[in-house]
Unconditional design. Structure first.
Length: 188
């Protein structure tokens, strides 16, 4: 019972802090304010032959990512993402702020899981994770109606977030920031 009460208190504190911090939100280099649930994609990273990297904004000033083998999911300041070698980035935002906030909150609360990095073909398991799987699971488990629930053997690369066809209808994803991005595919 005590654990449930503590969890509920933490949940409401996080929700309240997410609402009150909006005034001091991080501004992307184009001046657009960061919003919880924004999807960050870059074309400057490579791991095991897969190009690109992704993360999800978990508060007005922070994001969740896993940097690769030997790392665990961690929450970092958004300035780190953009300060690192002027990282080429696209930021994708879905239309429903409620769904985006739910996904960002799910990602923030699940961060402490100490899930090790490993690219696997099961998007629904929590034994291992990789950058784009973290974002996919935040939207698949933290809310509904943004991405399809893919059971079986599936891999979700970072560039899937750049294709509007990967989102369920009604999500209305759009790019709110783009700079220096070298990947030519996708329609966002």
């Amino acid at each position: 019972m005590f654990k449930k009460v503590v969890f509920l208190v933490l949940f409401f504190v996080l929700c309240f802090s997410a609402l009150t911090v909006e005034v001091s939100a991080y501004n992307y280099p184009n001046g657009t304010k960061a919003k919880i649930g924004d999807i960050l994609i870059t074309s400057d990273a490579a791991s095991k032959g897969i190009v690109g990297h992704s993360g999800i904004v978990t508060s007005a000033n922070q994001y969740l990512e896993i940097r690769g083998e030997g790392y665990y999911p961690e929450i970092r300041n958004l300035s780190k993402w953009f300060d690192y070698k002027s990282k080429p980035t696209k930021v994708i935002r879905i239309a429903s702020s409620k769904k985006a906030e739910a996904a960002g909150l799910y990602a923030r609360l699940s961060k402490g899981s100490k899930t090790p990095y490993k690219i696997t073909m099961n998007l629904l398991d929590n034994k291992y994770t990789y950058c784009s799987k973290l974002v996919y699971q935040a939207y698949a488990f933290g809310t509904s109606g943004v991405f399809p629930i893919l059971e079986g053997s599936y891999f979700w690369p970072p560039y899937n977030f750049l294709h509007s066809r990967m989102y369920l209808s009604g999500s209305k994803p759009k790019a709110v920031y783009s700079k220096g991005f070298t990947f030519r595919g996708g329609d966002l």
